[in-house]
Design a protein around this ligand. Structure first.
Ligand code: AKG
Length: 254
């Protein structure tokens, strides 16, 4: 198996993409896919996350270290069949391939919910290297609740995916940026963004509204995965998923 075969098998070809999403991803550094998660799937994802939060308690998200002020979950590839369709979704994979432009794999699949009064993050990129003529990673945020101005939507600064790293040029990475755009969109939307774009979570100003999202992050194949999927993969997951999915996870038998 190679990336071309994996993408072909999963129908992740250019023909599933619109000209608009390709152009936005290239020019702004992000694009939105409204309604990608159907109602039934959305409900099953929410149910699964709540069950995992209940079961894992204070250990939730600890595979990746957690984040104060948020509920996190990590290593989701192995925590439910509901997640199989996330990292193998044809439109997502086709867009990720547009950004990275070469062989890639999943790095992490996790969840994040900013708690009331919390969740503000510095403007950052998800790539430690600034743009050097090609891109090395691509992230996606799956909105499981409506994202509003009040409940901690993501902020993104369009066009910064070809800029320097925010910490190198901004005086205050926590401050609002004059050009930032807010990811206000209904549950079921997926945002695909170049990992070099400046972005960050904002504060959940509501008294108790949830702001649950999945992050499905892909990296060029030569990079290390943030979470070593081989270390976590369970037999039942490995046997359930397709050879193409195993390729995307980089858990094929060598
Ligand atoms: O969930 C969000 O709004 C963005 C989170 C993020 O950028 C991160 O955790 O690195």
């Amino acid at each position: 198996m190679n990336i071309t075969q994996a993408l072909d098998t999963l129908d992740a070809t250019d023909s599933v993409l619109t000209e608009q999403s390709k152009a936005e991803l290239d020019q702004k550094g992000y694009t939105l896919l409204p309604g990608l998660i159907g109602d039934e799937w959305l409900e099953s994802l929410r149910r699964r996350l709540e069950k995992l939060w209940e079961e894992e308690g204070s250990l939730a998200g600890m595979e990746e270290g957690g984040e104060p002020g948020t509920r996190r979950l990590a290593a989701l590839v192995d925590k439910g069949q509901e997640f199989d369709r996330i990292y193998t979704h044809p439109k997502i994979l086709a867009l990720v391939y547009k950004v990275i432009g070469r062989d890639f794999k999943l790095s992490v699949l996790n969840a994040r919910d900013a708690l009331p009064g919390q969740g503000h993050q510095e403007l950052h990129t998800d790539s430690s290297d600034e743009y050097d003529g090609r891109f090395h990673a691509c992230n996606t945020i799956w909105l499981l609740d409506d994202f509003t101005e009040e409940n901690g939507c993501t902020r993104l600064v369009p066009g910064t995916h070809r800029a320097k790293l925010p910490g190198d040029v901004l005086k205050d990475v926590m401050a609002p940026h004059p050009e930032e755009e807010h990811l206000v969109a209904p549950a079921g939307t997926v945002a695909v963004f170049n990992s070099n774009i400046w972005h960050g979570g904002t504060i959940n100003q509501t008294k108790g509204q949830k702001r649950r999202a999945l992050h499905c992050y892909f990296t060029a194949r030569e990079n290390r995965q943030y979470l070593d999927q081989r270390e976590y993969i369970r037999n039942e997951t490995w046997e359930r998923i397709s050879p193409a999915a195993r390729y995307i996870l980089d858990v094929e038998l060598s």
